[in-house]
Design a protein around this ligand. Structure first.
Ligand code: 8Y7
Length: 287
């Protein structure tokens, strides 16, 4: 299917080339993040980890200071700022990195933009009070993800009255309209189906298989499936044994139109994605 989405995005001082699929490396700065065990809280550790991900080919580093794990303790805006902003500043200053900030909190969006972040990533799709306005005034591209409810209650019997890809596409269209009404231009938006958020395994598999439905919205697609329980459930693997399954999902996601892959294991995903892309683009210059 023809992909009509923009092939580059202005992310603060960085221009992100999306004419081929890019990898976003996950940098958790929460004390309780489930797959990093909170080991990356210290600034030096965060810098080192980011440097390694960039060397492995990450185009973007996604910094998150609020755990979305069900049951995680809520954090105040100030706590989140204290965790995230020094890391954003250091990554920009020391590594000239394109930094995305995973947050739903308007104050964090504002402070992150001032600290040099190049992108915002909100799993609550700008539904928090003041988030639409903060995102609009930041001037940065924003990833808008599909999720119903809150991380704490979203997995209580997720149900859709229409096929899941239809429900997700319609929801994202509505959020796009809300963004545009708040002054966030369409050209600045990235869409994400929200794998694992308010979805059963069957929903997740179907949504990936039918992601072309979302491609029709004409915006870059970001996906996050790295180490998620959809892999654990299909393969019966614990979280530390989900890399191979994740690589298979990334290859398929690229084939189904994803242009940004949010992952923990950057090097292996860069290879998987580049290999997939080489096949998909084969002969294109002669078309
Ligand atoms: C996603 C995400 C998480 C995702 C986007 C995890 C912050 C859970 N998942 N952001 N964040 N998309 N855009 O397993 O799928 O990484 S947190």
């Amino acid at each position: 299917m023809h992909n009509s989405a923009p092939t580059s995005l202005q992310c603060g001082r960085h221009r992100l080339d999306l004419s081929f699929p890019r990898v976003m490396g996950i940098l958790n700065v929460t004390p309780d993040s489930f797959s990093d065990g909170g080991r990356h809280v210290a600034l030096d550790d965060a810098l080192q980890r980011a440097e390694q991900m960039l060397a492995e080919g990450a185009a973007i580093i996604d910094v998150g200071g609020e755990s979305t794990r069900p049951g995680a303790d809520p954090v105040s805006a100030q706590q989140e700022i204290d965790r995230v902003v020094p890391v954003v500043e250091a990554l920009v200053r020391e590594l000239d990195a394109l930094v995305s900030v995973d947050t739903s909190t308007p104050e964090v969006m504002r402070e992150s933009a001032l600290a040099g972040a190049g992108m915002l990533n909100d799993v609550r799709n700008l539904r928090r009070e003041g988030a639409l306005r903060a995102a609009a005034t930041s001037g940065l591209p924003v990833c808008v993800m599909h999720m119903l409810g809150e991380p704490g209650d979203m997995q209580e019997a997720p149900h859709y009255d229409v096929p899941v890809e239809e429900a997700v596409a319609e929801f994202l269209e509505q959020r796009l309209a809300a963004c545009e009404a708040a002054g966030l231009r369409r050209e600045r938006l990235i869409l994400d189906p929200g794998f694992g958020f308010a979805k059963t395994v069957e929903h997740n598999l179907r949504l990936l298989n039918r992601m072309e439905r979302l491609q029709r919205l004409g915006l870059p697609l970001l996906v996050g499936m790295s180490r998620k329980s959809m892999i654990g459930k299909v393969l019966e693997r614990p979280v530390e044994e989900r890399l191979s399954g994740g690589l298979a999902l990334s290859a398929l996601a690229v084939e189904r139109g994803a242009r940004i892959l949010r992952v923990h294991d950057v090097g292996p995903h860069v290879d998987a994605v580049n290999m997939t892309w080489a096949v998909l683009e084969e002969g294109c210059e002669n078309d």
